[in-house]
Design a protein. Sequence first.
Length: 300
Amino acid sequence: MDPSCKPVYCFGPFRYDSGQRLLFRENEIVPLAPKVAETLRVLVERHGTVVEKTELMRQVWPDTTVEEIGLARNISQLRKALGDENEAGKYIETLPKRGYRFVGDVLERWPENSSQSHSRRIPPSIRRTRRLLLAAGTLCVILGLVYWQFYRPSRYLSSGDPITSITVIPFECRSPELDCSAFPRGLTELLAAQLTKIEGVHVLSPSTVYSYQRARLSTAFMARVLGLDVVLDGSIQRAGDRVRITARLVDVHSAKLIWSDSYEYPVQQLAEAQNFAARDIAAQVGAHLTIRQRFLPANH
């Protein structure tokens, strides 16, 4: 590539001509050893991003194996030339055990005869801002898809009367001897089935909850994205020859506890315990949701 077509990087009182590989302070040349100039070239061309030590050494010494001490010496001489002799300097930032980053504001100029002839200021924060905007945009798209998939009105569901949306969060198992995989899952399925029998209640499928848990998304985030009103969760543990199941009904919007109670069943009859617990808990949830709906605003 023609050296006259390479950009010139301006930062503070300095100007680095990447075509000639010369550093200027105002209009005076700042003497740099060739490998020090190469180190500056790599850093300034990737300003705002971390250049790992191994990559920096590979770029500066492509055909030679060198120790890190050689790179450290180059950085030290470069800092001295820039008047930047501080580990968290104005121009060169050291990231311990990783590498270095050029952090100064850079104005990139192209020669008039270059196809990219223009000047543009590229602050180090631009890349971070772009990443944040991209992440925010991606999140909005995901939320939109989730809303379309789960929250849009369905022709199979009534929308004329006050409706409460609920889901069952798998209960926390605190006693491994109870089979903490099968028992909570079975209770969840039975609870969901019992809750669907309550008039004026929409129950989110347990499989959707499992998907969110596998994605390590919080319950509060899931509940708000899916438009839930309340969630039912709780815990399971052994207490002597009994199994104690504690249930909690929580308001999604205020995080307040609506209702909570504990139930105990013989540990020798776990299958029956699941059925009895699902029936008893669902009955209490239905009673409290009916009371709650009675006081909802008419336009809820």
